[in-house]
Ligand binder design. Structure first.
Ligand SMILES: [Zn+2]
Length: 223
């Protein structure tokens, strides 16, 4: 059994994931990628192929220049919710109950996707993303949670969509104990902050054309 995330899924870009201490918590659960693939396939109700698994990993490493979003994506792929398990362990919360709705079993998929207000938020985000990219995007956990954007018929704007979905997950993680979901305005504000940060970084690497290509449709939508 080879793990530390199966040698970081065959060492595609270790420089990104060896940042001291940053992902230490994530390494505590030493589940292999093949085991994760199985569990996600069951949750999604469809098999994740090896090519898609590769895409999931590469997407997590390249989702944004913002390290918080990279961490959010890695946490999602690895189904990581430290606070929930800790609170249940010390008896502050009955094991298995979702914090948001206090009604359903709080499985990982329920908390990040199926819980009623969370699901409505995903539906709104997909509608906004459809308007911005001018293509139909149906809420689909394989695409939105794992970043398997190759499942979309039209794969234009994939880089921006991956970032936009990572922002959605970051907001959901921030409000996972709150009965209400984040709002579309929260989503726009958070994305605008990432757009500003990435503008500086793309400017520094002399790649403003790429920035305009990725962020142009979003920026046009808020003018
Ligand atoms: Zn719930």
């Amino acid at each position: 059994m080879s793990t530390y995330w199966d040698k970081c899924f065959q060492e595609k870009d270790l420089s990104k994931i060896n940042t001291p201490g940053l992902y230490r918590e994530l390494t505590k659960t030493n589940t292999s990628f093949q085991e994760l693939k199985k569990v996600w396939s069951i949750d999604l109700g469809s098999d994740i192929t090896e090519v898609e698994l590769d895409e999931v990993w590469m997407r997590a490493l390249t989702v944004s220049k913002d390290v918080t979003l990279t961490l959010t994506q890695l946490k999602t792929v690895r189904r990581y919710n430290r606070a929930l398990s800790k609170l249940q362990r010390v008896g502050l919360r009955p094991a298995g109950i979702c914090w948001k709705c206090s009604a359903e079993v709080g499985t990982y998929l329920h908390v990040v996707w199926d819980c009623v207000t969370t699901k409505s938020f995903w539906t709104e985000v997909c509608k906004m993303a459809s308007d911005i990219t001018r293509k139909q995007i149906e809420p689909d956990p394989a695409i939105c949670l794992l970043g398997i954007l190759s499942r979309l018929d039209n794969q234009s704007n994939s880089e921006w969509l991956a970032t936009a979905f990572a922002v959605t997950k970051m907001l959901i993680h921030c409000k996972w104990k709150d009965p209400s979901a984040p709002t579309v305005q929260d989503w726009f504000n958070a994305l605008a902050k990432i757009a500003k940060l990435e503008r500086v970084i793309y400017g520094n690497i002399d790649s403003v054309c790429n920035y305009d290509k990725i962020w142009g449709p979003f920026l046009s939508s808020i003018i």
